[in-house]
Unconditional design. Sequence first.
Length: 201
Amino acid sequence: MTAPEKDEAREDQEAAEAKPEAAAPEEVEADVIEDDAESEEPEEDPVEAAKAEADAWRDKYFRLHAEWDTYRRRMNEQREEEKLRATEKLVESLIPVIDDFERSIAYAEGNGEEGLLGGIKAVHNKIGEVLKKEGVEIINPEGEAFDALEAQAVATVDDPSETVAQVYQKGYRMGNKVIRAAMVTVTVGGPKRETKSEEDE
């Protein structure tokens, strides 16, 4: 090989080495798809984002407010129940004392003890006023239709009225709760007590 031919071959080799390698078709296509996907992603609207966040906080506030109302109502009911139970204990303790007063009054009336009778009646009336102030009601169903929820029949008498003929011991009620049922004698053979639905009609 002559010197010119060697120089030409060397130049061809250097040109080949200097030429950059072409990227594979698959890599080029993947880069194009990725660029397109990035360009297609929508930008988040700051106004919509702020609205969504405000809605989330508003929902949290409403839930917290509802929970607080429920807690407050439950605590109020619990306090009322505790107060009622405390009053019930007081009433249960006083009822036997009232029974003794009533027996003493009956004895004084039957034996002419007018001086003793006046003092006993005054104390008895005062205790009754205290109980009434605390929401206690006396159950004295004499002459009324017999109610098994408020009275206990200890004897019966033949009579067409079917009512309470005599009250041996009065009962006491607080609100809807009967603390002690009355002890009564009941007549039999008359009309039944009206039910709640009949009274409403």
